[in-house]
Design a protein around this ligand. Structure first.
Ligand code: GLC
Length: 425
């Protein structure tokens, strides 16, 4: 089997497909509510009530250098932060709005030190920017707006002008892409053109003026990677972004492989959620990363910092799971992609040229049989300690001549998912 590679896109995805693993950060005033970043929508909270989160926003423990170090230690190579989420609040000192961090008790531009800190740790920086805005006065109310059920919603819409909002977005995105040096990813979120509610239409390319916006982005930052949520033809995007599920195979469009990035949460929410308890286990966290790379994709793993500006202990524990594992196994992730070979049961392959990585999800007793690999492997070792794994192949006349058998230690190595590195002939 040969593994088809995705066709080139307008942006530069070569570093992206090599690096494979990034950190997503969702941070805004919803961190104070601490019950999902969609809280304003879910509880249909009007502006004057929601305003308290702005008035009490004071992340006194914010230290982006600590965030950046934690991300680097977890093996993450790039970061994407919500410069503005659906609530409309801006982390930077935008000249086009008052609804920004500098006007809260915190009184600081939070984005600039962030960008500097992550760059200093060697990570590339990307900005998430919400197309949706539940604060902007020109943003027409629609089916996912917090005021969707207000009796005057339709009447208010008569004086709201989405053209003005589209211009506001271009102005802000220009600030983001001219004021912070080289930005590697622009992550727009999201379009819902067919969402119809009580006579209010959803939003898509005509509302955002997506083409104009995208053109500006590519002019300001040549090579930048842009996601696929602007409601434009897929070939105008650089990456596809499956969210909250794991693709079983490489993502394809019209039968052709494309560059993709799965985004995932440690628990069920993107923003900090105090009372949410569906935190993923160490096995799930590591297996998600392996599953993604074994299907030729990237993983963007999300942290929702608290309103004090910290990663909470549960997030730190989860990040530490990655740090421990990546310290010994990152070479089975960076530069790797889907393998040309079929992995045996309960295992996954990733491959980087002549190095084939066998990720063992369920440690078998003593023998691991790999069909089709007999005679193709020169040397094998456990990756965590570079200890030899002896191999046998059936002799002439024996059954299963194509099968390579690895002789494993009885005890599973003390790591969440052991990896065997196979050097192909
Ligand atoms: C969504 C949600 C959101 C989150 C995003 C991440 O579409 O609206 O809250 O930021 O997915 O992919």
């Amino acid at each position: 089997m040969t593994v088809p590679t995705p066709a080139p896109t307008p942006g530069d995805t070569s570093w992206f497909m090599h690096d494979r693993f990034g950190m997503f950060i969702h941070w805004g005033t919803y961190a104070l509510a601490a019950r999902h970043e969609w809280v304003k929508n879910r509880e249909q909270i009007p502006d004057d009530v929601y305003r308290k989160y702005f008035e009490y926003f004071d992340p006194d423990l914010y230290d982006p250098r600590e965030w950046a170090r934690t991300a680097r230690e977890a093996g993450m190579k790039y970061v994407v932060i919500t410069s503005k989420h659906h609530e409309g609040f801006c982390l930077w000192d935008s000249q086009y709005t008052d609804y920004k961090a500098t006007n809260t008790p915190c009184g600081k531009d939070l984005l600039r030190p962030f960008v500097e800190a992550f760059r200093a740790e060697g990570l590339r920086v990307g900005f998430y920017y919400s197309l949706i805005d539940w604060h902007h006065p020109e943003f027409p109310i629609d089916g996912i707006h917090p005021m969707r059920n207000h009796p005057d919603a339709l009447k208010w819409n008569e004086t709201r002008d989405v053209r003005k909002y589209a211009e506001y977005m271009r102005n802000q995105v220009r600030e983001l892409l001219t004021g912070y040096g080289k930005i590697s990813i622009m992550w727009f979120d999201f379009s819902y053109p067919t969402n119809e509610y009580r006579g209010m239409k959803g939003k898509g390319r005509d509302d955002w003026e997506s083409e104009k916006l995208l053109k500006m982005v590519r002019e300001l930052q040549p090579g930048i990677i842009v996601d696929n949520r602007l409601d434009l033809p897929s070939e105008m995007a650089d990456i596809q972004t499956p969210e909250q599920f794991q693709p079983r195979e490489g993502v394809k469009i019209d039968g052709k492989p494309v560059v993709w990035e799965a985004c995932q949460t440690f628990s069920g929410s993107w923003g900090y959620y105090r009372d949410e308890y569906t935190w993923k286990s160490p096995e799930q966290l590591i297996q998600m990363l392996i599953n993604t790379v074994s299907c030729g994709g990237n993983l963007l793993m999300n942290v929702g910092p608290t309103a004090r500006g910290t990663f909470d202990d549960r997030a730190l524990d989860a990040l530490d799971v990655y740090a421990q594992w990546m310290r010994l196994h990152s070479r089975s992730i960076y530069g790797c992609t889907q393998s040309e070979f079929q992995a045996p049961r309960d295992c996954r392959f990733t491959q980087n040229g002549k190095r084939l990585y066998l990720h063992v999800f369920a440690w078998p007793f003593r023998h691991l049989h790999i069909d089709g690999l007999a005679g193709k492997v020169e040397y094998a070792q456990l990756l965590n300690d570079a200890s030899e794994i002896r191999m046998t192949t059936p002799r002439e006349g024996e059954a299963n001549r194509e099968t390579l058998t690895l002789e494993l230690p009885v005890r599973k190595p003390d790591t969440v998912v052991p990896v065997i590195e196979l050097f192909l002939a």
